[in-house]
Design a protein around this ligand. Structure first.
Ligand code: NDP
Length: 276
């Protein structure tokens, strides 16, 4: 029993509320890192074509001996592959690298509004979904106007939007919009890349609950209903980040963490980010 709850997506598919992110995990280490995570109990892995480590993720999933339907695999379309035909080709490449027959969740990595290709890209995602090659389709780093445009010009509502979200960046407007439209909020850099772990209010809560600062921050996400995908290559931290389902933060303490919101990003602004 892992204790990790599943959240139901708007198409009925279930996703574990906690997974392992593998951004910046070196390709040659990825199989081992993911194998360790699966041993710890993680059943959801978040990769991307752009991370160049899909091979290692797939190898670990295939070697785990676990039934394929017990592991939730997310990958993302590289920015350079946006557009209908390019997306179809890129998906084949990702699947081949993973060595899997399907992915559980396929995400548009960034909206790249200046390029204006995300609507066509989403239509390719809809086709992949209709063909049963992905179990669910979603987006990442989309702002409200980008989501609104998908609603206006395409048929399927994304199951999830994976956005930068941590105590310094509460994303209140997007989370409210997601809730209204049955889009699950996935938090990337949920620990703000470990930059917020030593701030005083979090250290104080760690002491109060007998938990580590990372566990306090991850539990805060769980209380908000977010999916979290913390990254670590260290087995001890993977375990630490996994052990957040045996306690709860009080509503007042959730507010204490939320009060750290200062709008500060660790990553790029989706409205202007335009990198291939
Ligand atoms: P995180 O907030 O998960 O922080 C990761 C950093 O924190 C690493 O340096 C890690 O070091 C350290 N760390 C992890 N656990 C602990 C702990 N318990 N105590 C102290 N330090 C800890 O940042 P990421 O940017 O990696 O985001 C997580 C995932 O989100 C990514 O791996 C990726 O899957 C996804 N992501 C998606 C993006 C998108 O555009 N959609 C953009 C960025 C990330 P160490 O490994 O040495 O333990």
């Amino acid at each position: 029993m892992s204790g990790v709850p599943n959240l139901k997506l708007n198409n009925g598919v279930e996703i574990p509320q906690l997974g392992l992110g593998v951004f910046q995990v070196p390709p040659e280490q990825t199989e081992k890192v993911v194998a360790t995570a699966l041993e710890v109990g993680y059943r959801s892995i978040d990769t991307a074509a752009g991370y160049r480590n899909e091979e290692g993720v797939g190898a670990a999933v295939r070697a785990s001996g676990l039934p394929r339907d017990e592991i939730f695999v997310t990958t993302k379309l590289a920015n350079s592959d946006q557009g209908y035909d390019a997306t179809m080709r890129a998906f084949d490449t990702s699947l081949a690298k993973l060595g899997l027959e399907f992915v559980d969740l396929y995400l548009i990595h960034w909206p790249l509004p200046a390029r204006d290709t995300y609507v066509q890209t989403w239509k390719a995602f809809e086709k992949l979904y209709a063909d049963g090659r992905v179990r669910s389709i979603g987006v990442s780093n989309f702002q409200v106007p980008h989501l609104q445009r998908l609603f206006d010009e395409t048929d399927i509502v994304p199951v999830a939007n994976q956005i930068e979200l941590h105590p310094n960046l509460l994303q209140a407007e997007l989370r409210e919009f997601h809730a209204k439209h049955r889009i699950v909020t996935e938090a990337w850099s949920p620990l703000a890349q470990a930059q917020i772990l030593d701030v005083q209010p979090i250290a104080a809560l760690a002491k109060k609950y007998g938990k580590t600062p990372a566990q306090i921050v991850l539990r805060w996400h769980i209380e908000l209903g977010n999916i979290v995908i913390p990254k670590s290559v260290r087995p001890s931290r993977m375990k630490e980040n996994f052990e957040i389902f045996d306690f709860e933060l009080s509503p007042d303490d959730v507010e204490v963490v939320s009060a750290l919101d200062n709008g500060q990003r660790t990553g790029p602004d989706p409205d202007t980010f335009n990198m291939a």
